[in-house]
Design a protein around this ligand. Structure first.
Ligand SMILES: [Fe+2]
Length: 189
C-alpha cells in the first residue's frame, strides 16, 4: 500500500474536478461531494460516507493511469481494484456494486427515476437484473448499503448546490485508512 494513502486519495479526487459527468449538470467532483453529503445526511457510518465520496473514482485519470482498463469491468471494477488495498474490502465492494445496484433498483422499482444519461448507460451495463440476480444480490451482507449509495448516486446531480468541500472529509478518510491498516492510529497528512 502506498505510504501516503490520504494524499493519494485526495489527489485522485481533485483530478476529477471540472471533468464532465456524462451529460449531467455537475462535474465529477461536485457529484462525489453531493453523494457524500447525502450519505452524511442519512446518518451513514464512516465507511459508507467514504464509499459515496469515492464510488466513481474509477473514472479518475490518476486511478486509470495506475489500474488501466485492460482487465475490463468498467469504472466500478476499476475503482474496487484501486480502493481495496487502500481502504478495505467494504468500500471497494460498494464502489464496484454501485452499477449492479442500479440494475437492482430498476428491476424491483419499475418507476425508479433515472436521467437520460443513466438510462443510456444502463443498456450497456446489462439492463434490469433478472429475478435470480435480485435474489443473489440480496444475499450479500452489504446489499442495503449498495442500494442506498445508488439512490444518492442518482440524486447527486443537482446544479448549483453549495456543499462542504473535499477537505471536510479528511477525518472520515483518515479513519477508514487507519481501519484498513489495522491500526487505531490515524495516518498523518
Ligand atoms: Fe456516480
Amino acid at each position: 500500500m502506498p505510504a501516503d494513502t490520504l494524499a493519494e486519495i485526495l489527489a485522485a479526487l481533485e483530478s476529477v474536478c471540472d471533468l464532465p459527468y456524462d451529460d449531467e449538470p455537475v462535474d465529477q467532483l461536485q457529484h462525489a461531494l453531493q453523494c457524500a453529503a447525502l450519505a452524511c445526511d442519512a446518518g451513514s457510518d464512516c465507511e459508507v460516507v467514504v464509499a459515496a465520496l469515492l464510488h466513481d473514482i474509477g473514472r479518475s485519470p490518476v486511478v486509470l493511469a495506475e489500474i488501466g482498463t485492460h482487465a475490463g469491468g468498467g469504472h466500478g471494477e476499476i475503482a474496487a481494484r484501486w480502493l481495496a488495498p487502500r481502504i478495505g474490502e467494504r468500500i471497494a465492494w460498494l464502489a464496484r456494486e454501485h452499477v449492479a445496484a442500479k440494475r437492482y433498483l430498476v428491476a424491483v422499482e419499475p418507476d425508479y427515476p433515472l436521467t437520460p444519461a443513466s438510462v443510456r448507460s444502463l443498456r450497456v451495463q446489462g439492463g434490469a437484473m433478472t429475478d435470480a440476480e435480485v435474489t443473489t444480490f440480496r444475499e450479500h451482507p452489504w446489499w442495503r448499503e449498495a442500494v442506498a449509495l445508488r439512490r444518492w448516486d442518482d440524486q447527486g446531480k443537482r446544479a448549483g448546490l453549495r456543499l462542504p468541500g473535499l477537505e471536510s472529509y479528511r477525518p472520515q478518510l483518515r479513519e477508514v485508512i487507519g481501519v484498513a491498516r489495522g491500526t487505531s492510529a490515524a495516518p498523518r497528512d
